[in-house]
Design a protein around this ligand. Structure first.
Ligand code: ATP
Ligand code: MG
Length: 200
């Protein structure tokens, strides 16, 4: 096969591919907000959620962030995004992995959930990030049905991103998009410390 034949073949293949893509794009005509669940054991769940918030704010829409587990460190995203008018509700007290205070954790979860509910009922928010919400459902810290209903009954044009490992079946069922991030390797296991500006 000479160069020109190769070129022709490539062109035909690309054209076919383009027709396929165009056909599926033409089929997607529904305009509404979506529920996205980013779960799994690999790194990149919260990063993905905050990336979506940045995208949203970059287009001039309003976004809100609710963090269900207080990070060990100040998160860089908060400092940046609050400066761009993104409200943050962060679980105030409690919740560490080794806490012995289940009642205290539940109270803290319920307090931050009340804030989340306000965002989920407010159509001015184009996007709500519920960072690490999965654990609250997995451990029954929040009323499962109430959380699922609040997400499902949100304003039509609002999208929600939920992050965290081990998303429960019911949450996956009400989601439009579910991504499971696979842990293939992580620097931490080779002894590399979590890095400011990269990991938080
Ligand atoms: P990130 O915030 O980096 O997107 P994540 O949201 O996917 O991570 P979390 O379980 O919320 O994952 O992780 C919290 C912290 O632990 C982050 O600093 C992250 O870099 C780190 N981390 C994430 N996945 C792993 C892993 N598989 N092994 C070790 N550390 C991890
Ligand atoms: Mg995370």
């Amino acid at each position: 096969m000479d160069e020109q034949q190769k070129q022709e073949r490539h062109k035909k293949k690309a054209q076919k591919q383009k027709e396929k893509v165009d056909a599926s794009v033409a089929k997607a005509t529904i305009e509404r907000g979506v529920v996205i669940v980013i779960t799994g054991n690999g790194k990149g769940k919260s990063t993905s959620g905050f990336g979506t918030v940045a995208r949203c704010v970059g287009h001039g829409y309003k976004a809100a962030v609710v963090q269900f587990i207080k990070g060990k460190w100040d998160c860089g995203e908060r400092d940046l995004l609050e400066g761009h008018g993104v409200p943050f509700s962060v679980m105030g007290t409690g919740f560490t992995w080794n806490t012995q205070d289940r009642a205290g954790d539940i109270a803290a979860a319920e307090e931050v959930w009340r804030e989340a509910k306000k965002f989920l009922a407010d159509p001015q928010y184009h996007l709500v990030l519920l960072d690490e919400l999965t654990y609250m459902l997995g451990y029954d810290y929040l009323d499962k049905q109430e959380v699922l209903d609040a997400i499902a009954n949100r304003p039509e044009n609002q999208s929600v991103v939920v992050t965290g490992r081990g998303a429960i079946r019911e949450l996956r069922d009400i989601a439009d998009t579910v991504s499971e991030i696979k842990d293939e390797k992580h620097a931490f296991r080779s002894g590399v410390k979590a890095r400011q500006g990269v990991d938080w």
